[in-house]
Design a protein around this ligand. Structure first.
Ligand SMILES: C[S@@+](CC[C@H](N)C(=O)[O-])C[C@H]1O[C@@H](n2cnc3c(N)ncnc32)[C@H](O)[C@@H]1O
Length: 276
Protein backbone atom coordinates (compact mmCIF):
# COMPACT_ATOMS: atom_id res chain seq x y z
CA UNK A 1 0.00 0.00 0.00
CA UNK A 2 1.66 3.22 -1.00
CA UNK A 3 -0.83 6.03 -0.52
CA UNK A 4 -2.72 7.62 2.33
CA UNK A 5 -2.15 7.71 6.06
CA UNK A 6 -1.31 4.85 8.36
CA UNK A 7 -4.85 5.03 9.78
CA UNK A 8 -6.26 4.65 6.28
CA UNK A 9 -4.09 1.66 5.49
CA UNK A 10 -5.44 0.04 8.68
CA UNK A 11 -8.96 0.82 7.46
CA UNK A 12 -8.19 -0.83 4.10
CA UNK A 13 -6.87 -3.85 5.95
CA UNK A 14 -10.13 -3.93 7.94
CA UNK A 15 -12.21 -3.78 4.74
CA UNK A 16 -10.39 -6.87 3.41
CA UNK A 17 -10.67 -8.59 6.79
CA UNK A 18 -14.42 -7.86 6.94
CA UNK A 19 -14.90 -9.27 3.41
CA UNK A 20 -13.08 -12.42 4.40
CA UNK A 21 -14.85 -12.96 7.72
CA UNK A 22 -18.34 -12.06 6.53
CA UNK A 23 -18.33 -13.64 3.04
CA UNK A 24 -15.31 -15.96 2.88
CA UNK A 25 -13.66 -14.15 -0.07
CA UNK A 26 -10.01 -13.75 0.70
CA UNK A 27 -8.62 -10.70 -1.08
CA UNK A 28 -5.91 -10.22 1.54
CA UNK A 29 -3.39 -11.95 -0.71
CA UNK A 30 -4.14 -10.01 -3.89
CA UNK A 31 -1.39 -7.64 -5.05
CA UNK A 32 -1.79 -4.75 -2.54
CA UNK A 33 -1.34 -1.82 -4.94
CA UNK A 34 -3.96 -3.21 -7.33
CA UNK A 35 -6.52 -3.94 -4.64
CA UNK A 36 -5.95 -0.53 -3.02
CA UNK A 37 -6.41 1.25 -6.36
CA UNK A 38 -9.65 -0.61 -6.97
CA UNK A 39 -10.89 0.05 -3.45
CA UNK A 40 -10.22 3.75 -3.88
CA UNK A 41 -12.13 3.91 -7.14
CA UNK A 42 -15.01 1.88 -5.59
CA UNK A 43 -15.05 4.32 -2.66
CA UNK A 44 -15.15 7.31 -5.02
CA UNK A 45 -18.13 5.83 -6.89
CA UNK A 46 -19.99 4.72 -3.75
CA UNK A 47 -20.90 8.11 -2.31
CA UNK A 48 -19.48 6.94 1.04
CA UNK A 49 -17.01 9.16 2.86
CA UNK A 50 -14.28 6.77 3.99
CA UNK A 51 -13.26 3.12 4.22
CA UNK A 52 -14.79 2.83 7.68
CA UNK A 53 -18.18 3.39 6.03
CA UNK A 54 -17.32 0.84 3.35
CA UNK A 55 -16.66 -1.77 6.05
CA UNK A 56 -19.97 -1.01 7.77
CA UNK A 57 -21.96 -1.07 4.53
CA UNK A 58 -20.51 -4.33 3.22
CA UNK A 59 -21.03 -6.08 6.56
CA UNK A 60 -24.73 -5.20 6.58
CA UNK A 61 -25.70 -5.20 2.91
CA UNK A 62 -24.87 -8.40 0.96
CA UNK A 63 -26.26 -7.04 -2.33
CA UNK A 64 -24.06 -3.96 -2.06
CA UNK A 65 -21.10 -6.22 -1.30
CA UNK A 66 -21.76 -8.33 -4.44
CA UNK A 67 -21.46 -5.17 -6.49
CA UNK A 68 -18.29 -4.13 -4.63
CA UNK A 69 -16.72 -7.55 -5.28
CA UNK A 70 -17.24 -7.09 -9.02
CA UNK A 71 -15.42 -3.78 -8.83
CA UNK A 72 -12.51 -5.33 -6.93
CA UNK A 73 -12.06 -8.26 -9.33
CA UNK A 74 -12.23 -6.57 -12.73
CA UNK A 75 -13.78 -8.74 -15.44
CA UNK A 76 -11.99 -7.66 -18.59
CA UNK A 77 -11.63 -10.24 -21.33
CA UNK A 78 -11.52 -10.69 -25.08
CA UNK A 79 -12.28 -13.41 -27.58
CA UNK A 80 -9.18 -15.18 -28.97
CA UNK A 81 -7.13 -12.96 -26.64
CA UNK A 82 -3.45 -13.20 -27.70
CA UNK A 83 -4.17 -14.77 -31.12
CA UNK A 84 -0.76 -16.56 -31.33
CA UNK A 85 -1.73 -18.50 -28.22
CA UNK A 86 -4.84 -19.87 -29.94
CA UNK A 87 -2.92 -20.56 -33.12
CA UNK A 88 -0.33 -22.65 -31.26
CA UNK A 89 -3.07 -24.32 -29.21
CA UNK A 90 -4.76 -25.36 -32.47
CA UNK A 91 -1.56 -26.50 -34.17
CA UNK A 92 0.17 -28.28 -31.29
CA UNK A 93 -2.27 -29.12 -28.51
CA UNK A 94 -5.30 -30.11 -30.59
CA UNK A 95 -3.52 -33.04 -32.35
CA UNK A 96 -2.75 -34.51 -28.92
CA UNK A 97 -6.30 -33.91 -27.67
CA UNK A 98 -7.61 -35.90 -30.65
CA UNK A 99 -6.22 -39.07 -29.08
CA UNK A 100 -8.72 -38.88 -26.18
CA UNK A 101 -12.25 -40.27 -26.51
CA UNK A 102 -13.64 -37.58 -24.17
CA UNK A 103 -12.27 -34.18 -23.24
CA UNK A 104 -12.68 -32.08 -20.13
CA UNK A 105 -11.54 -28.46 -20.22
CA UNK A 106 -11.78 -25.80 -17.53
CA UNK A 107 -11.68 -22.02 -17.95
CA UNK A 108 -10.83 -20.84 -14.43
CA UNK A 109 -11.47 -17.09 -14.03
CA UNK A 110 -13.50 -16.92 -17.25
CA UNK A 111 -14.88 -13.40 -16.61
CA UNK A 112 -17.71 -12.70 -19.07
CA UNK A 113 -17.06 -15.81 -21.16
CA UNK A 114 -15.26 -14.55 -24.26
CA UNK A 115 -12.45 -17.11 -23.98
CA UNK A 116 -14.90 -19.90 -23.34
CA UNK A 117 -16.73 -19.24 -26.61
CA UNK A 118 -13.38 -18.94 -28.40
CA UNK A 119 -12.48 -22.44 -27.19
CA UNK A 120 -15.90 -23.78 -28.16
CA UNK A 121 -15.48 -22.35 -31.68
CA UNK A 122 -11.97 -23.73 -32.03
CA UNK A 123 -12.98 -27.21 -30.84
CA UNK A 124 -16.00 -27.30 -33.11
CA UNK A 125 -13.85 -26.37 -36.12
CA UNK A 126 -11.51 -29.19 -35.17
CA UNK A 127 -14.48 -31.58 -34.77
CA UNK A 128 -13.72 -32.11 -31.10
CA UNK A 129 -16.56 -30.13 -29.54
CA UNK A 130 -19.02 -33.02 -29.53
CA UNK A 131 -16.76 -35.01 -27.22
CA UNK A 132 -15.87 -32.05 -24.99
CA UNK A 133 -17.24 -30.71 -21.75
CA UNK A 134 -16.08 -27.17 -20.94
CA UNK A 135 -16.36 -25.96 -17.35
CA UNK A 136 -16.27 -22.19 -16.99
CA UNK A 137 -15.94 -20.58 -13.58
CA UNK A 138 -15.35 -17.21 -11.98
CA UNK A 139 -15.53 -15.76 -8.49
CA UNK A 140 -18.04 -13.17 -9.71
CA UNK A 141 -21.66 -14.36 -9.93
CA UNK A 142 -22.50 -11.42 -12.18
CA UNK A 143 -19.69 -12.29 -14.61
CA UNK A 144 -20.89 -15.90 -14.75
CA UNK A 145 -24.42 -14.74 -15.52
CA UNK A 146 -23.28 -12.65 -18.45
CA UNK A 147 -20.89 -15.39 -19.63
CA UNK A 148 -23.86 -17.75 -19.74
CA UNK A 149 -25.87 -15.21 -21.77
CA UNK A 150 -23.03 -14.83 -24.29
CA UNK A 151 -24.18 -11.40 -25.47
CA UNK A 152 -21.63 -8.77 -26.51
CA UNK A 153 -21.63 -5.38 -28.24
CA UNK A 154 -21.15 -4.97 -31.97
CA UNK A 155 -17.97 -3.03 -31.22
CA UNK A 156 -16.58 -6.01 -29.29
CA UNK A 157 -17.64 -8.30 -32.14
CA UNK A 158 -15.46 -6.36 -34.58
CA UNK A 159 -12.43 -6.92 -32.34
CA UNK A 160 -13.39 -10.59 -31.81
CA UNK A 161 -13.59 -11.17 -35.58
CA UNK A 162 -10.13 -9.64 -36.11
CA UNK A 163 -8.61 -11.82 -33.37
CA UNK A 164 -10.40 -14.89 -34.72
CA UNK A 165 -8.78 -14.40 -38.14
CA UNK A 166 -5.32 -13.84 -36.60
CA UNK A 167 -5.77 -16.95 -34.46
CA UNK A 168 -6.22 -19.14 -37.55
CA UNK A 169 -10.04 -19.30 -37.60
CA UNK A 170 -11.28 -21.50 -40.43
CA UNK A 171 -14.61 -19.91 -41.18
CA UNK A 172 -16.21 -16.54 -40.80
CA UNK A 173 -16.69 -15.26 -37.24
CA UNK A 174 -20.20 -14.06 -38.13
CA UNK A 175 -21.23 -17.73 -38.63
CA UNK A 176 -21.15 -18.17 -34.85
CA UNK A 177 -23.33 -15.26 -33.82
CA UNK A 178 -26.76 -13.78 -34.26
CA UNK A 179 -26.66 -9.97 -34.67
CA UNK A 180 -29.24 -7.31 -33.94
CA UNK A 181 -29.87 -4.04 -32.09
CA UNK A 182 -26.13 -3.29 -31.92
CA UNK A 183 -25.39 -6.56 -30.15
CA UNK A 184 -24.33 -10.11 -30.96
CA UNK A 185 -25.43 -13.30 -29.23
CA UNK A 186 -23.40 -16.48 -29.44
CA UNK A 187 -25.37 -19.18 -31.30
CA UNK A 188 -27.04 -21.82 -29.12
CA UNK A 189 -25.19 -24.92 -30.49
CA UNK A 190 -21.96 -23.43 -29.12
CA UNK A 191 -23.45 -23.46 -25.61
CA UNK A 192 -24.41 -27.12 -25.66
CA UNK A 193 -21.39 -28.47 -23.80
CA UNK A 194 -20.64 -25.50 -21.57
CA UNK A 195 -21.18 -25.57 -17.81
CA UNK A 196 -20.92 -22.23 -16.00
CA UNK A 197 -20.69 -21.85 -12.24
CA UNK A 198 -19.27 -19.66 -9.52
CA UNK A 199 -15.96 -20.90 -8.09
CA UNK A 200 -13.33 -19.22 -5.96
CA UNK A 201 -9.78 -20.21 -6.85
CA UNK A 202 -8.52 -18.98 -3.47
CA UNK A 203 -10.75 -21.20 -1.36
CA UNK A 204 -12.49 -23.90 -3.43
CA UNK A 205 -11.26 -27.31 -4.51
CA UNK A 206 -10.15 -28.15 -8.04
CA UNK A 207 -12.51 -29.67 -10.53
CA UNK A 208 -10.76 -32.93 -11.31
CA UNK A 209 -9.24 -34.87 -14.18
CA UNK A 210 -9.08 -32.04 -16.68
CA UNK A 211 -7.30 -32.44 -20.00
CA UNK A 212 -6.80 -28.68 -20.24
CA UNK A 213 -7.02 -25.86 -17.70
CA UNK A 214 -7.01 -22.27 -18.92
CA UNK A 215 -6.26 -19.84 -16.12
CA UNK A 216 -5.20 -16.81 -18.10
CA UNK A 217 -4.70 -13.33 -16.73
CA UNK A 218 -5.91 -14.23 -13.25
CA UNK A 219 -2.79 -15.25 -11.32
CA UNK A 220 -1.10 -11.90 -11.81
CA UNK A 221 -3.59 -10.36 -9.40
CA UNK A 222 -2.39 -12.69 -6.65
CA UNK A 223 0.56 -12.39 -4.28
CA UNK A 224 3.16 -15.13 -4.50
CA UNK A 225 1.81 -17.36 -1.69
CA UNK A 226 -1.72 -17.39 -3.07
CA UNK A 227 -0.45 -17.80 -6.63
CA UNK A 228 1.52 -20.88 -5.64
CA UNK A 229 -1.39 -22.41 -3.73
CA UNK A 230 -3.69 -21.86 -6.71
CA UNK A 231 -1.11 -23.39 -9.06
CA UNK A 232 -0.90 -26.42 -6.76
CA UNK A 233 -4.68 -26.73 -6.84
CA UNK A 234 -4.76 -26.43 -10.63
CA UNK A 235 -2.01 -29.07 -10.89
CA UNK A 236 -4.19 -31.38 -8.80
CA UNK A 237 -7.14 -30.67 -11.12
CA UNK A 238 -5.24 -31.76 -14.23
CA UNK A 239 -5.32 -35.35 -15.36
CA UNK A 240 -2.18 -37.13 -16.49
CA UNK A 241 -0.29 -35.12 -19.14
CA UNK A 242 -2.93 -32.39 -19.00
CA UNK A 243 -2.21 -28.89 -20.28
CA UNK A 244 -2.09 -25.70 -18.22
CA UNK A 245 -2.50 -22.44 -20.15
CA UNK A 246 -1.53 -19.15 -18.50
CA UNK A 247 -1.70 -15.51 -19.62
CA UNK A 248 0.98 -13.87 -21.76
CA UNK A 249 2.76 -12.25 -18.80
CA UNK A 250 2.35 -15.13 -16.36
CA UNK A 251 4.70 -17.98 -15.56
CA UNK A 252 5.42 -20.79 -13.15
CA UNK A 253 7.75 -20.63 -10.16
CA UNK A 254 11.19 -22.11 -10.82
CA UNK A 255 10.64 -25.10 -8.55
CA UNK A 256 7.48 -26.28 -10.33
CA UNK A 257 9.42 -28.65 -12.61
CA UNK A 258 8.22 -31.73 -10.71
CA UNK A 259 4.61 -30.89 -11.55
CA UNK A 260 4.80 -29.12 -14.90
CA UNK A 261 7.05 -29.29 -17.92
CA UNK A 262 7.31 -26.59 -20.53
CA UNK A 263 5.36 -27.25 -23.74
CA UNK A 264 5.11 -23.96 -25.64
CA UNK A 265 6.93 -21.48 -23.38
CA UNK A 266 6.32 -18.36 -25.46
CA UNK A 267 2.57 -18.98 -25.47
CA UNK A 268 2.64 -20.01 -21.77
CA UNK A 269 1.40 -23.54 -22.37
CA UNK A 270 2.70 -26.09 -19.84
CA UNK A 271 2.11 -29.81 -19.53
CA UNK A 272 1.68 -31.85 -16.40
CA UNK A 273 4.72 -34.04 -15.86
CA UNK A 274 4.32 -37.81 -16.23
CA UNK A 275 4.65 -38.73 -12.57
CA UNK A 276 2.83 -35.75 -11.10
C1 LIG B 1 -8.69 -10.14 -16.25
S1 LIG B 1 -9.96 -11.32 -16.05
C2 LIG B 1 -9.35 -12.63 -17.10
C3 LIG B 1 -10.43 -13.24 -17.93
C4 LIG B 1 -9.98 -14.28 -18.93
N1 LIG B 1 -9.40 -15.43 -18.29
C5 LIG B 1 -9.03 -13.69 -19.95
O1 LIG B 1 -7.82 -13.98 -19.89
O2 LIG B 1 -9.46 -12.92 -20.79
C6 LIG B 1 -9.66 -11.96 -14.40
C7 LIG B 1 -10.83 -12.74 -13.86
O3 LIG B 1 -10.40 -13.44 -12.69
C8 LIG B 1 -11.48 -13.46 -11.80
N2 LIG B 1 -11.00 -13.75 -10.44
C9 LIG B 1 -10.33 -12.93 -9.59
N3 LIG B 1 -10.12 -13.56 -8.42
C10 LIG B 1 -10.65 -14.81 -8.55
C11 LIG B 1 -10.74 -15.93 -7.68
N4 LIG B 1 -10.26 -15.89 -6.44
N5 LIG B 1 -11.36 -17.05 -8.14
C12 LIG B 1 -11.87 -17.09 -9.40
N6 LIG B 1 -11.82 -16.05 -10.27
C13 LIG B 1 -11.21 -14.93 -9.85
C14 LIG B 1 -12.11 -12.07 -11.94
O4 LIG B 1 -13.44 -12.03 -11.46
C15 LIG B 1 -11.99 -11.87 -13.44
O5 LIG B 1 -13.17 -12.27 -14.09
Amino acid sequence: MNQGSEAESIEIHLVLEAIHRRYGYDLREYVPDTIERRLRSALARSGLRHFGEVTHRLLHDPAWFANLLDQLTVQVSDMFRDPPFYRVFRERVVPLLRTYPELKLWHAGCATGEEVYATAILLSEEELYERSQIYATDVSAKAIESARDGVYTQEQATAFAANYALAGGKRCFEDYVVSGYGRIAMREPLKKNLVFFQHNLATDYAIGQMNVIFCRNVLFYFERGLRERVLGMLGAGLGRSGFLCLGATEGLPEDSGATFGSFAPRERIFRKSGQA
